[in-house]
Ligand binder design. Structure first.
Ligand code: BTN
Length: 259
């Protein structure tokens, strides 16, 4: 009987229409993003999922390293969305992750714009979308999700003090396979809705901890300070600067201001 994370997750049945119809497991990869992109180039179907136990070169936004020891969830999904749906994949991942954490642990995570999933002010999950276009059409998109289930953040300088895990927050061991199965199911139902034109914008907005806060947004080498006033229809952050101008941020890193 195989006992990898994917086999364990589907043992009691995985009821999805698209996400996880094909599931590929690796004990170790450089990055599930690369494996999923390779499968996509070879013609893998919408919803194909790659899961790995460990990654040797896991990556995050802005080319950062994603610390990837065993015991956590590292997965990438091949999507073949419409151009209209593409900007919502990252929001969809944030909403699915929050829903899954709530259902499987009873914890109440929040989203720090744009898509860090936070527990007690520390990051427990992040997601990344990489897409390839041909002209105006989306050839494929790969959505990657890293979810810290058992991570000990003190083991790495990159995570110490800023990251947490579900088990640390819950204070008890958790069934990783249950969490993975729930995440695939939540992704699947949100993706189905997205394909029918229903975006995850409203649930995502309701999960944001950032709105109404005084924040600093770092984007490339610039820092913008102001009030996180609103969200536009694509999920961009509307930042009211101290001089009164309203800036629309499409990307960046947010820090809450305590002064
Ligand atoms: C971020 O918050 O910066 C995004 C982190 C995304 C990490 C996941 S882990 C699975 C997939 N493979 C990767 O190399 N990255 C994503």
């Amino acid at each position: 009987m195989p006992s990898d994370l994917v086999s364990a997750a589907i043992r009691r049945g995985l009821f999805t229409r698209t996400v996880g119809k094909r599931l590929v497991f690796f004990q170790e990869v450089s990055s599930t993003m690369d494996e999923a992109a390779r499968l996509a180039r070879e013609g893998a179907a919408d919803g194909t999922v790659v899961v790995a136990e460990t990654q040797t070169a896991g990556r995050g936004r802005f080319g950062r390293n994603w610390v990837s020891p065993g015991g956590n969830i590292y997965m990438s999904v091949v999507f073949r969305p419409s151009l209209d749906a593409l900007p919502f994949l990252s929001l969809l991942a944030g909403v699915a992750t929050v829903q899954t954490i709530r259902k499987t642990t009873g914890l109440s995570p929040k989203i720090k714009w744009p898509n860090d999933v936070m527990l007690d002010g520390k990051k427990v999950s992040g997601n990344l979308v990489e897409s390839v276009m041909v002209g105006e059409a989306v050839c494929y998109a790969v959505l990657g999700i890293g979810l810290n289930v058992a991570l000990d953040p003190s083991q790495s300088e990159e995570t110490a003090g800023i990251a947490t895990s579900l088990e640390a927050a819950a204070g008890n061991p958790l069934m990783r396979e249950e969490i993975l199965r729930q995440l695939l199911q939540d992704l699947d139902s949100l993706y189905l809705k997205l394909c029918q034109g229903q975006t995850p914008l409203e649930p995502w907005r309701a999960m944001l901890e950032t709105l109404g806060q005084r924040v600093q947004v770092t984007w490339r080498n610039d820092i913008y300070s102001g009030l996180a006033e609103g969200i536009d229809p694509l999920g961009n952050l509307q930042l009211r600067l101290e001089d009164g101008r309203l800036l629309t941020m499409t990307a960046g890193d947010v820090t809450l201001r305590t002064d």
